[in-house]
Design a protein around this ligand. Structure first.
Ligand SMILES: Cc1ncc(COP(=O)(O)O)c(C=O)c1O
Length: 491
């Protein structure tokens, strides 16, 4: 109220406020379904008479709605609610302020939830790309070439730090993101998951508090639970990632012992932290002596332009541990990942030795060859294009078929979509209904130790889009609406 009072002081501002107020009101009517898709908007003259507003104020409100993508003008006919809605973006999340132990209900893991089902015909649940998108034949050829060229690798334990050929290739590629990481600074792991395990083990002990994004990657929550660590969920924006201000506040009293972030195309939000925020977070955590574990597993999945920089590029003291993996891009079954562990290099190398000793050298050398011959870059370009297409089709379908008050984050990379439904909808119930019809997705509450986000879901776009996917999204929209009886008949 105070704000309205203040900005109505000048006549120009008063007019601005009025047209925005009217636009907001009409937008609400559209998003809640009172004004339906394709329906004609009240005429400008009629609305101006009813509301006792000038014609120009109503016209400006309609232009504002046009800009927001909610209505369109049709020549000699007036304004209509647009066919394709631009759903609003979810807002900054608001998780509980206190840290808590992580408890994952065994009945509420993705595996348990999906197992109840007979058969999944449309899988939006797993963040695992379709085998068709991987260069399997090329990898097969390379694997046999490498095993012919280096037959001794089969009987070779390899070094705990990892194959030098692969580390050199990773080092060479780090120049592309401005990292200039030396081969000696890299440790090869069994996928990103081993790297996450090792990093957390190196810098925490049971009972410690770890700051995480909210919502957070499910696998990370499982690790926190198994290490008896407490999670402190930090408010996170679906577009720009963790709130730096909230992280600053949460780390003021020395309680937080480590922080795990996915600055580039996070899972499940799809957020991308602006470089300035990455820089601020690196500086803040360094000043407060809190190690930052950066999971950059989706960093290469940008749809356009150069891949975003990892936060590691702003690290001047070795306080950032950067993790990535070839599982999402080249060969999930090879389980080859890596970490640049900064100050904790020696500890991580030792922990790797204790944990799995080494990562199969033959598989590491095969990935190294793939990187060396340029096959990797060619494949990556195709993969980025496929993911961008799959995501764009899914976005269109969700905008068309989900209830009008749905919020959706449209990411700039990766292949997961975060969808927020009306707060009355329970996505675990929705999943049970969907599974009965062979459709899967991941309910939002799985991504939060406080089991928040019960009205949210993650939709993974892991294969080429077909009418089967389109129909599945349409059906999910219908099933969601069925939990809202008063909206069941609306589009
Ligand atoms: C954010 C994130 N980090 C790590 C992993 C684990 O990666 P990997 O399969 O390389 O162990 C995943 C897998 O889904 C992931 O989504």
């Amino acid at each position: 109220m105070r704000e309205v009072h203040e900005i109505t002081d000048s006549p120009v501002q008063k007019k601005t406020t009025l047209y925005i107020q009217l636009a907001d009101e009409m937008a609400q009517a559209i998003l809640s379904g009172v004004l339906r898709v394709g329906e004609k908007m009240p005429s400008i003259r009629k609305l101006s008479g009813q509301r006792q507003l000038s014609l120009s104020t109503v016209m400006e409100a309609y232009r504002e709605l046009e800009d927001r993508g909610l209505i369109e003008a049709r020549p000699q006919s007036g304004f209509y609610v647009r066919q394709k809605r631009n759903l609003a973006t979810p807002e900054l999340t608001a998780p509980p302020k206190n840290p808590s132990h992580v408890f994952i209900d065994p009945l509420l893991t993705p595996a348990a939830l999906w197992r109840i089902n007979k058969e999944i015909s449309v899988d939006f649940g797993m963040a695992i790309l379709s085998p068709k998108l991987f260069p399997n034949q090329q990898m097969q050829r390379m694997l046999s070439q490498v095993s012919r060229q280096y037959p001794d690798l089969i009987s070779d334990y390899g070094e705990s730090q990892g194959d030098i050929e692969l580390r050199r290739q990773i080092s060479r590629r780090s120049l592309l993101w401005g990292g200039q990481v030396e081969a000696d600074e890299i440790i090869i792991t069994q996928g990103g998951i081993e790297a996450l395990n090792l990093c957390l083990r190196a810098v925490t002990k049971p009972g410690d508090v770890v700051a995480i994004e909210s919502p957070a990657y499910f696998g990370l929550l499982q690790i926190l639970e198994s290490f008896k660590l407490k999670a402190l969920e930090i408010p996170t924006h679906p577009k720009t990632g963790i709130s730096v201000e909230a992280l600053e506040f949460a780390t003021r009293n020395g309680e937080v012992k480590a922080c795990v972030l996915l600055p580039n195309f996070s899972n499940p939000l799809g957020s991308l932290m602006p470089d300035e925020n990455k820089q601020r977070v690196v500086k803040l955590l360094d000043e407060r002596n809190i190690p930052l574990i950066e999971d950059d597993i989706y960093g290469e999945f940008c749809y356009q332009g150069d891949r975003p920089k990892p936060a590691k590029v702003y690290d001047k003291t070795g306080n950032v541990m950067l993790i990535s993996s070839f599982t999402k891009i080249a060969a999930p079954g090879f389980r080859v990942g890596w970490v640049v562990a900064g100050k904790w290099h020696k500890q991580i190398e030792q922990l790797k030795f204790i944990n799995t000793y080494s990562t199969p050298v033959l598989l590491q050398r095969t990935i190294a060859k793939f990187l060396e011959t340029g096959g990797y870059d060619h494949h990556l370009r195709r993969l980025r294009k496929s993911c961008a297409e799959q995501v764009s089709y899914a976005v269109d379908a969700i905008q068309r078929y989900f209830p009008a008050d749905t919020r959706l984050n449209v990411p700039q990379g990766g292949y997961v979509l975060w969808v927020e439904l009306n707060s009355a909808i329970d996505t675990i119930t929705l999943l049970q209904d969907a599974l009965a019809e062979g459709i899967s997705f991941t309910p939002g509450s799985l991504f939060s130790p406080s089991h928040s986000y019960r009205n949210c879901l993650r939709v993974c776009c892991v294969e080429a889009w077909t009418t089967k996917h389109e129909k599945a999204i349409e059906r999910l929209g219908q099933l969601a609406r069925m939990q809202l009886p008063q909206l069941a008949l609306q589009t």
